[in-house]
Design a binder for this molecule. Structure first.
Ligand code: GLC
Ligand code: GLC
Length: 657
């Protein structure tokens, strides 16, 4: 949008800039800057307009954008243009992701190059490497306490290795996702070190307080993320004689985004990694970016303004780079990280679908889809050009962040129901085969979350120990069904490494004093490649899981109805054990797919008379088949029978892939 005040200012800034940034071809930069500058100016003044140095800061910001654009490699600029043209590219069903810790999956970056064929064998074409930047050895929070945002942990490689990796991946048509930990730094980061040495400029990069007055006010409303290991949200720093805000661990210092220098530095880091070839950047803990006394300091309006500003700036330099919002918050809050009141994403194009993840686990424990159906029905519709990251497990715990009203509507008491789930997944409930652990137990509130590997939570560990073939088969079906859900829901499925072969809880972290206090390490395994080799052994658990998943991935990629164009219709049913939704093909309705999942341990039937006219439509064109097996499900008098822990992708467009 053209607006005089911001444009006059832009003229000034560009005048200034042209003396500094010489002779580069800035054509595309200027067009994009022109398009976004009104928004950048508005957001920057909403956040920092009161400051006397506002104009100097905005000039500084624009100069950084120009420099980052000049540094952007030509090959990435070409991709930017391609993605501008083909703007829906990331909504396609062709993307299937996997996330992993580099040391646990491949050791280092060089070795990862050797592992790309393994990923491709399964059908993975997008990877998220868990954070690999430099961190203190003993206080790293799994890479989320960064001490140097531009250098890697030397044990895994260096920035040049990242460039080589991204090149190799591009040649294979794969996408690279890296983290930018935007909310905090390690206490050993240079800024924090300078702050501790008494430098006021850098003390102002963080929230520091000489006494408890302000911290005490904050504590009245702040929650605790790690109540067991890091109670409270402030840490006394004797070197500075100040309290520092540390919402996560005591060694993770929250950055002060009310200081524009912090914004500019962090944006520069985002652009730096975009320029090394990252296709997607995962922005960590974005709900926490703005702190306000008297609030929980999560999901504040300003946190959204900061993200919009980051997006607007990134579009000027690297429009092909996408953001993932990691905001594990209430369902109604998550969608806001796509940006409100817009059609295309104004903040992050992709967001973790924590709601769906937690609801799937609810359905596993209760063996019914009551809360799952209700929660999905109430999931706010998202923007057209934005997509979910659907996952079953990740490196973090499972939080039971359902909407209390939804829990009540299913006739459960919220407190009792959450406790049932904790008991179920920790194996304390009668007949539960799960082997999870509690995480983040809070004595003050009674809240807890769950840690554990997918396979162990689903019961595979118990079944294998008992050598119970029936139980093994049930858990394999269940694990595949959960993957079937994230592969067909709409969005990019993100598989957690090791889950493709049923990797169990890994207790080895207990002997590492830097990890023993954090139960999440139980599900962050070091993969055993000998065990992975058993995926070729017919009838092995590894083979059944790996090939089951591989087949599903292949079918997903060939099923356009699975692309994410808000083309999902949840089907309301009387039978509480079934979770059923229709994915309609954007143009050819006859190619729609009906997804039917049975979360119960006994067979269930779907009454075709009960489903919507749209869903019934697919049965009109001839015999329906399950896209995965190619078989037609048992049908008796308009009732389809679904075996226990089984799911179908029903369509009449079966093609023999
Ligand atoms: C994010 C990460 C989590 C980490 C936290 C603090 O939520 O997913 O692993 O502990 O941020 O950085
Ligand atoms: C909370 C936070 C999330 C973080 C997680 C770590 O759920 O909201 O950002 O990843 O804790 O356990």
């Amino acid at each position: 949008m053209y607006e005089q005040v911001s444009h006059a200012l832009l003229n000034d800034i560009l005048d200034d800039l042209s003396h500094q940034v010489v002779c580069a071809d800035l054509r595309h930069f200027y067009t994009r800057l022109g398009a976004n500058f009104y928004a950048i100016h508005s957001l920057f003044s909403r956040l920092y307009g009161q400051r006397p140095d506002f104009k100097a800061q905005l000039t500084q910001l624009t100069e950084r954008l120009a420099r980052a654009y000049i540094a952007r490699p030509e090959v990435l600029r070409v991709i930017d243009m391609e993605r501008e043209e083909n703007y829906n590219w990331f909504m396609s069903q062709e993307w299937v992701g996997m996330a992993f810790y580099l040391d646990g999956f491949a050791g280092d970056l060089k070795n990862l190059l050797q592992r790309l064929p393994y990923l491709q064998e399964l059908g993975i074409n997008m990877i998220h490497i868990m954070p690999i930047l430099r961190c203190p050895d003993n206080a790293s929070d799994g890479g989320y306490a960064v001490s140097d945002f531009r250098n890697l942990d030397p044990r895994v490689g260096n920035v040049e290795d990242i460039r080589l990796l991204s090149e190799a991946m591009r040649a294979r048509g794969m996408l690279l996702t890296l983290d930018v930990v935007v909310n905090h730094t390690s206490n050993e980061h240079e800024w924090a070190q300078k702050a501790q040495a008494g430098n006021k400029t850098y003390q102002n990069f963080y929230y520091t307080f000489p006494n408890r007055d302000i911290p005490d006010m904050f504590e009245e409303t702040l929650l605790e993320v790690f109540p067991e290991t890091a109670p409270g949200n402030f840490t006394w720093n004797p070197k500075m004689s100040q309290w520092v805000m540390t919402v996560f661990n005591h060694y993770q210092w929250d950055l002060n985004y009310s200081n524009p220098s912090v914004f500019i530095e962090m944006l520069d880091i985002i652009l730096f990694w975009a320029n090394q070839g990252a296709d997607i950047l995962r922005l960590d803990a974005v709900a926490f970016l703005w702190k306000k006394i008297g609030t929980r300091s999560q999901n504040e309006r300003e946190a959204h303004l900061i993200l919009q500003l980051m997006k607007d700036c990134c579009q000027v330099v690297a429009p092909g780079t996408l953001f993932i919002a990691e905001a594990i918050v209430a369902p109604s809050e998550i969608v806001k990280y796509f940006g409100e009141d817009a059609i295309i994403a104004k903040e992050c194009e992709i967001a973790y679908n924590a709601t769906f993840m937690a609801l799937l686990w609810d359905a596993v424990a209760t063996k019914n889809a009551k809360l799952l159906n209700r929660g999905i029905k109430n999931l706010p519709t998202k923007l057209d050009r934005a997509t979910w990251l659907n996952y079953i497990r990740c490196h973090d715990d499972i939080g039971l962040g359902f909407d209390d009203a939804d829990i009540r509507a299913c006739d459960y008491d919220p407190y009792a129901h959450r406790h049932f789930l904790i008991d179920w997944f920790t194996g304390n409930f009668k007949d539960s085969p799960a082997r999870g652990r509690t995480f983040g137990f809070n004595h003050k509130t009674g809240d807890a979350r769950i840690a554990g590997a997918l396979a162990s939570l689903a019961g595979l560990e118990t079944a294998l120990e008992a050598n119970d073939e029936i139980a093994i088969k049930i858990t394999i079906d269940l694990i595949l069904m959960l993957h079937g859900m994230i592969l067909s829901f709409g969005g990019i499925p993100l598989i957690w490494y090791g889950d493709e072969v049923g990797t169990l809880n890994d207790n080895s972290f207990l002997s590492d004093e830097n990890k023993a206090g954090d139960m999440r390490w139980i599900h962050r395994p070091h993969l055993d490649w000998q065990r992975l080799a058993q995926r070729h052994e017919s009838g092995s658990v590894e083979q059944r899981l790996f090939y089951g998943l591989k087949r599903m991935i292949m079918v997903r990629k060939n099923t356009p109805a699975f692309a994410d164009f808000n083309n999902r219709e949840l089907i309301d049913l009387i039978n509480p054990h079934l979770f059923v939704f229709l994915r309609s093909h954007p143009t050819a309705l006859s190619s729609s797919v009906l997804v039917v999942a049975n979360f119960d341990a006994t067979p269930q039937y779907l009454d075709l008379e009960e489903i919507s006219a749209n869903a019934r439509g697919i049965f009109r064109y001839g015999q329906i088949q399950d896209l995965i097996s190619g078989e037609s499900p048992a049908l008796f008098n308009q009732r389809i029978v679904i075996p226990p822990y089984h799911f179908y992708w029903l369509s009449n467009q079966f093609n023999n892939h």
